[in-house]
Design a binder for this molecule. Structure first.
Ligand code: URA
Length: 230
């Protein structure tokens, strides 16, 4: 159950005050009955119409975006477009779980669920993030060993062991379970290599949907949400 005015405000129908005005103006109905009272609670099965348009009951949003390069993974930016510019769903509480660099592409999880975000980002939980990495030079066995056993970056920052999977001389997947600043780029730099392209393809069990072109998004399925929460 959620309060009607809270649900409408969360779904972009304005502030709580503006939502109350919609209700006062008889523009909101539940199951065909015009709503008179703004502190009413609604449940999943109620059909809510605002000025004739259905508003879905949703406690939280979970969106998978295939981020293109050139977009900042933040809600606002003074210089560049942000990932929120790519999403038509408006909700003032939405944010991106963990930042990708402006030139990184791939899986962005956008949600309103602060608890889930906290669990996915917590350093204690060691949630896996898998990247497809185009590299300037082939990795040798010594490089792989260093990355896999926990490499020191920038002189004094120790990374947890990463999983390295060689696809070809210039393409690898790297799976890390922390979120240090520019971590993948710095790890490759520490073995005298360079990241040419970086794409996140997985976070925990959530795999980037290959049907999403860059800039496209979709809502997560119930199953995907449950796996992320597990
Ligand atoms: N590591 C990086 O270096 N950049 C990203 O965007 C993500 C991980």
């Amino acid at each position: 159950m959620i309060r009607l005015d809270k649900l409408l405000a969360k779904n972009g129908y304005g502030s709580r005050k503006e939502v109350k005005k919609l209700i006062r103006n008889s523009l909101v109905s539940i199951n065909g009955n015009i709503v008179k009272n703004d502190d009413i609670k609604i449940s999943e099965n109620d059909i809510i119409l605002v000025d004739g348009v259905q508003c879905f009951y949703q406690e939280n949003y979970y969106i998978m975006l295939n981020k293109p390069a050139g977009y900042v993974s933040a809600n606002e930016d003074n210089l560049h477009p942000t990932i929120m510019d790519l999403i038509d769903i408006y909700n003032s509480d939405m944010f991106c779980v963990g930042r990708l660099d402006i030139d990184t592409t791939g899986l962005c999880l956008i949600t309103t669920d602060g608890k889930l975000a906290h669990n996915l980002l917590s350093n204690k939980k060691h949630v896996e993030k898998e990247y497809l990495v185009t590299i300037a030079h082939p990795l040798n066995q010594e490089d792989i060993d260093k990355l896999s056993s926990g490499i020191v970056i920038d002189g004094d920052e120790l990374c947890l062991p990463a999983k390295v999977n060689i696809i070809n001389d210039n393409l690898i997947t790297l799976t890390i379970c922390e979120g240090k600043f520019h971590q993948v780029k710095r790890m490759l730099k520490a073995v005298n290599n360079e990241v040419i392209k970086l794409k996140r393809i997985r976070m925990k069990d959530l795999i980037l949907d290959e049907n999403l072109a860059e800039g496209e998004y979709r809502l997560l399925t119930e199953e995907e949400i449950n796996k992320l929460k597990a």
